[in-house]
Design a protein around this ligand. Sequence first.
Ligand SMILES: CC(C)(COP(=O)(O)OP(=O)(O)OC[C@H]1O[C@@H](n2cnc3c(N)ncnc32)[C@H](O)[C@@H]1OP(=O)(O)O)[C@@H](O)C(=O)NCCC(=O)NCCS
Length: 204
Amino acid sequence: MAVDHRIVHAGGGGHGKIRLRPGPAAGHRDRVLIRRETGRDADVIRAVTTAAFAAGRPPGQIPNEAGLIDDLRAGPAWLPALSLVAVTPAGEVIGHVLGTRGHVGQDPVVAIGPLAVRPDRQRRGVGSALMHAVLGAADALGEPLAALLGDPAYYRRFGFELSAIYRITPPKPDWQPHFQVRTLTRDHPRLHGMFTYPEPFDRT
Ligand SMILES: CC(C)(COP(=O)(O)OP(=O)(O)OC[C@H]1O[C@@H](n2cnc3c(N)ncnc32)[C@H](O)[C@@H]1OP(=O)(O)O)[C@@H](O)C(=O)NCCC(=O)NCCS
């Protein structure tokens, strides 16, 4: 288990020695590592994604997000460095996030999604770890900006803001209240216009 060491004052009167004592672990309650997907991960990514998206849908409705990932992987928008999995100490893949090639006007940017965590492992920081990792990786690759469609209440914590602030419009106008961008280090002010997802998103 990860242990954080908090500085505490031993003794009274404000003159006590400073010592360290173990405190509750900060951050993840489940320890996971984030790594790039490998050739062996496609099946488990499909299973995790299907389970995560099925949880919010009527029974029997098969989510198409898993098929979307397969279609993206087979096409030109695939960015191998931005397909990341969360792996438990036992080696089990329990989450996945994807970044693929989107555009603002003619300029290349990153389209984020799908993001999925296996339902029995949600609300333990795994989704956050994946999102921070994919944004860090995109920044390290020199990408200027990442965009996604999602709930601002969740994505705000990762630095996403409504795209309208940057004069970036979603492909469908009614997405505006949920369409967000996260600027990265290489962001430049002339990057504005309509965002387009890679083609497989049009089929979902
Ligand atoms: C969204 C998702 C990836 C989050 O994964 P996670 O590992 O549970 O996320 P974290 O543990 O890092 O964060 C959990 C927090 O996010 C919040 N959260 C999760 N989904 C949210 C949403 N749609 N809107 C607002 N808050 C949300 C939770 O309430 C929780 O808040 P708390 O920490 O204050 O209790 C996961 O819920 C999931 O797979 N959902 C189904 C698929 C999906 O909707 N993906 C996103 C759209 S592409």
